[in-house]
Write a protein that binds this ligand. Structure first.
Ligand code: ATP
Ligand code: MG
Length: 495
């Protein structure tokens, strides 16, 4: 969110007679400057209160006599005639006292008539229910580029002034650094920049890598997401021609030119289809093609036995993924991830999570491209398949001849074999009805057999292995038929 949007939002709340605004955040300083700018724009006086200093008019140092004490503060507020904005830090904890709670309620009633506003901040702002009714909770999004750029400029300026560092980063590098900082609070950003610059007395491209590494570390520690760095991504996918073309087009949706036209960035795709035909692999390959990191939502750790904890985990995982943007978020077997044990077995939790997921998918601002995969359409809630949720839903079928050739080549090369030495035509024909996974299995098994027979791999060994394999398309023909019928005409084919 940009700085001006936040100020605009707060301005609107103040002007629309909201007596109390609660902001749950650790970014106290940021709230302070946001409110200061808001007050300035509205030409309203601005006061700040904390238990240690009492009520102080900003800018200023002297506090109003006796206002450190919560009850005294509220009585003073009740008697003040000025219309103003008051920032009360960590005040909510005093409302467990009945008299404080009552007095706060009266102040709030008075304020909502005269356009003064109390802003309560704290990491958590818990209020008694009778007050909560009169409170609007404002969710302060993480700082946007504009704010991060400002922090970067300020920190660098002061370090350069003090002759502590030299900057060896051009304008483009700085912008990349700003991107890398996204997902951090202003404080974290400030510390990270200073640390990166002071470490060896200069700010270089290395700083961008350090920042990304720091975020990756946070992801690993969370245990909710698995992290695949760009450098380690060497996955190869045969076939999927139509999907690959679609992705090339989608990638332009992330460009500056598209941003300049206010076009929404691509949201994500769902891949449904036959087992072992490369759905999971495709997720990894998309990240590789776009040279962005990949994070995988770990379903097992998302669900928690405590009520509310799973949803909190989910929000946390999403926030972590957003902090890595641009990134590919991979949700494998989404029907199981979101609803373990079937849709009703968990008291509706899976359904609720799915709901929040779809809402987030639709509204997200960050460049997080979701690649979800699914095998079983029957347990997916129908709203997930509705148009306008995912950008596209693709059906992954068994590979056709051309694709099988590509897959055979990939897996031969992966095991140090030269595809030229094989009769690919015969292999392609013999593997009709095989999935990519089954083809890979054939190559592996034939190599084992060759090792055992002290023979190098050849077409005959492969054909023998193929002949002994019963592919799922035969052993589970009905399942495949059913899946195809459901998908036909509804979804786009990947090839
Ligand atoms: N199109 C392909 N190109 C190259 N390798 C493939 C392809 N399809 C499948 N494979 C091989 O098969 C393995 C299994 O595929 P993958 O896990 O992506 O299938 P899936 O569709 O996700 O299956 P499941 O429904 O069982 O999760 C891959 O790791 C890869 O080695
Ligand atoms: Mg899979």
């Amino acid at each position: 969110m940009s700085l001006s949007t936040s100020i605009h939002d707060i301005k609107t709340l103040v002007l629309s007679f909201h007596g109390i605004i609660a902001m749950e955040t650790v970014e106290e300083n940021r709230v302070f400057s946001l409110l200061q700018s808001t007050a300035l724009e509205l030409r309203m006086p601005f006061f700040e209160w904390s238990i240690t200093r009492g009520l102080v008019r900003v800018p200023g140092k002297t506090s109003m006599y006796g206002t450190s004490e919560p009850m005294n503060l509220l009585s003073s507020l009740q008697q003040m005639d000025t219309q103003a904005i008051f920032l009360l830090k960590d005040f909510a904890r005093f409302t467990t006292d009945n008299i404080v709670a009552r007095q706060l309620r009266e102040v709030s009633q008075r304020f909502s008539k005269n356009r003064s506003t109390l802003v309560l901040t704290g990491e958590a702002v818990h209020l008694p229910p009778e007050i909560e009714h009169n409170v609007v909770y404002y969710h302060l999004e993480l700082p946007g580029r504009e704010e991060l750029r400002k922090v970067l400029d300020t920190v660098l300026h002061s370090l350069v002034q003090a002759n502590r560092i030299e900057i060896q980063l051009d304008a483009r590098g700085r912008e990349e650094l700003v991107t890398a900082l996204s997902g951090m609070t202003l404080n974290q950003a400030r510390q990270t920049i200073a640390f990166a610059a002071l470490k060896d007395g200069k700010l270089t491209e290395q700083a961008i890598k350090d920042v990304l590494e720091r975020k990756a570390q946070a992801i690993r520690e969370s245990g909710l997401l698995e992290y695949f760095p760009v450098e380690d991504n060497r996955f190869q996918l045969g076939g999927f021609a139509r999907l690959k073309k679609w992705l090339q087009r989608a990638q332009t949706g992330f460009s500056r030119e598209a941003q300049a036209l206010n076009l929404p960035a691509p949201r994500g795709i769902l891949l449904v289809g036959v087992q072992g035909c490369g759905k999971s692999l495709a997720a990894k390959v998309i990240a590789r093609e776009w040279t962005v990191p990949l994070v995988k939502l770990d379903a097992g750790r998302l669900f928690d036995k405590y009520i509310g904890e799973s949803e909190r985990n989910f929000r946390k995982a999403i926030a972590l993924a957003e902090s890595m943007a641009p990134v590919v978020l991979w949700i494998d077997e989404i029907e199981k991830t979101m609803a373990p044990g079937g849709s009703e077995a968990d008291g509706g939790l899976g359904r609720r999570m799915f709901g929040s997921f779809l809402t987030w998918l639709q509204e997200k601002q960050q460049e997080v491209f979701v690649v979800a995969t699914a095998n079983d359409l029957s347990i997916l809630p129908p709203e997930a398949l509705r148009k306008g949720r995912f950008d596209e839903i693709f059906f992954v079928d068994l590979p056709n001849a051309e694709e099988r050739e590509a897959i055979v080549r990939i897996h031969l090369k992966l095991r140090r074999q030269d595809p030229q030495q094989f009769d690919l035509q015969r292999l392609v024909e013999a593997t009709e009805g095989f999935s990519g996974a089954e083809i890979e299995q054939v190559v592996i098994a034939a190599l084992y057999r060759g090792l055992h027979l002290k023979k190098s791999l050849d077409t005959e060994l492969l054909l023998k292995e193929i002949g002994e394999t019963v592919p799922l398309s035969i052993s589970r023909r009905e399942d495949l038929q059913r899946l195809r019928e459901r998908a036909r005409g509804r979804f786009v084919r990947v090839n």
